[in-house]
Ligand binder design. Sequence first.
Ligand SMILES: [Zn+2]
Length: 380
Amino acid sequence: MRRTYRVASVLGIPVMVSPTWFFLAALTTWILAVQIFPGWIEDQPRPVYILMALASAWFFFGSIILHELAHSVVAKLYRIPVRSITLFIFGGVAHITREASRPLAELLMAVAGPVMSALLGGVFFGVWWLAGSNTHRPIDAVIVWLAFTNIGLAIFNLIPAFPMDGGRVFRSLLWLLTGNYHRATLIAAWSGRIFGWALMAAGAVSLAGVDVYITEGYLGGAWLVLIGVFLENAARQGIFQNRVVRKLQAYQASELMLRNPPVVDAGMSLAALARGVMDLNPRVCYFVSEHGRLAGILSHFQIKSVHEALWDSTTAGQAMIPSAKLRAVGPAQPASDVLMEMETDELTHLPVVEGGQVLGVIGRDRILGVLLQAGYLRTA
Ligand SMILES: [Zn+2]
């Protein structure tokens, strides 16, 4: 993500601001100052509308921080660390480091934000009522707008479209009912994608000049399309993440680990370590390619035939057995024949080729190893 700036810290949680947020803040203030408040209360001087807009925006973003703080506090109660709260172009987001491990925890964590917004809406309405339920003073317009906006925020966030709060509530309920976290995530994420598409469609229709009731004009239409794209993307990411988690759940750490890694002394040099590869894997063997063609074979035999002091200045091409000296063997050729070929030309490795395609390489030591294992030889 782009760079964010730390502006405050609440309950030990840093509050960050993304540069994209300034666009949202400016847009909100502008719409309030030139459109909404002049429509509510007429005949006020322009500075009054600007002050009303600034005060509303200030408390609005404070409300968003409180909404995210509510999510964060519940997360902390469940011992899930919260990295930060960030304000960005689509509002706010709490960076909760991991998902809840139980459906009830997820339910409470998700519902806390909308509950906080609804409470704030109630508080603003209460303040307005205590102040005399006036409708024509600028301060009343600000308080009523904040009340409606917070309640609107609570309702919008409760739409069951993952990863919005309502989508998380929806998922936790499905999870609680079915006991299947993956299926719950998939269903909630698909409802999120469908909702995203619906917003994009509504925005596009609005841009075409049709009344879609929830918004009007080019700005509202474009905004709906943007939010739709953002939500659809986030929901799709949720599906992808779930797929990755499921894939990895099929493996245990013991299946993927390297058993008994070699132990080296801390004082050992890297050059010595690189040389040590030869000791750890004595059957090192490479195909050497030149201009995309097989130029030769380089095995531990050829590497060891060069003095260690010259390793830095010798290339693979210089040390390899060139392919002109090699004779290809077929994959079905009996190992006894292959060994015979090697013995006649004193070769240690031969490429296995079929229909002009190099399938692999067969080593003399590998063939002798079979004999060793079968007890036909004492040393290879
Ligand atoms: Zn929320």
